[in-house]
Design a protein around this ligand. Sequence first.
Ligand code: PEP
Ligand code: MN
Length: 368
Amino acid sequence: MVVILHPNIEERSESYQTTLAYLNRLPNVEVKLHTIEGRQDKLTEVYLLGKTRELNMEQIAALPGVERVVRVSQDYRILGKHKDENRVVGFTYNGVAFNQDNLHIFAGLCAVDNPINVEAMMKGVSDLGLQCTRMGAYKPRTNPYAFQGHGAGCLPWVFELAGKYDIKVIAMEVTHERHVDEINEALEKTGQPTGVMLQIGTRNTQNFELLKAVGSQKTHPVLLKRGFGITLSESLNAAEYLASEGNANVIFCLRGMKANFGDPHRNMVDFAHVPVVKRLTRMPVCVDPSHSVGSRERSSDGILDTLHVTAQGVIAGANMILVDFHPKPPEAFVDGPQAMLMNELERFVEDVRITRNAYEKRRALWEN
Ligand code: PEP
Ligand code: MN
């Protein structure tokens, strides 16, 4: 059960104190508090976990601090969409709003290599008026002898360059909870020039201890990749792990499933699930065309498969695109062959704009 308190309720107020005292006295019920900083209001939600079936909804709704009470199903309690509710969807981080209605492009390097390439990437992104990028410092690699990422050492100069080009959010994978501390230290040391969206990679979608650690910090939002060999429901539950630990600022990323049926693509593209995830949950949905397709092959129409697949995600209502670009792909340490070229970025953005426009028209067509 979710008890939604009046917006901007003060913790010191009598109505808050009376309400919490009542809820904390309920037998066999665990009380978990979630606060959400909206653009205008601070919202407080109280999750009642455990034996909630016998609780009297009317009595709880009548408590002085309560706005609404929602009975939620067992699945995806925090992130799911439930009957009779209109809880907030999305969040704002470092001045950038993420929700199920807008769209952000995170074009960037799969892996940080050197300052020249990172700067070229950030300049290219910023010249087009984009505020976000992707930069991998910690790379989970199949081969133990392959480049594992520059790690903490590169963070200060990557963050400083982001600040120089006014990049607000960098998507960056973490594979260990220690990496979150390293990111925080580097941001602190450099004076918080940018923001970081912590990425959980497909190989770690069910690394529950990592999910708990990343979910228990509220500084940064989280981009959770769908596990490439598990069901959608299992991946959505992984997202719920983050929320259950306190961080509901989660974006869910589709990135293709491991299956030979996807050949010759690197993975089987699963972007038909964009509307499904938006229907089942309150998470904004991201698509990663680069790791889905895994190459720079193009069709006889001259359009790269990566772009066709991006369009499939966008026309289905995706809210974020995570895409590999590189100023000099042969110099890339990771995934160079799937990277798009800097001189393709402007057309990429235009292509996305065309498709997004078509999606908005489709939406208007089916309104009411
Ligand atoms: C990545 O985005 O760099 C990455 C490794 O993706 P995935 O976890 O989806 O393989
Ligand atoms: Mn990659």
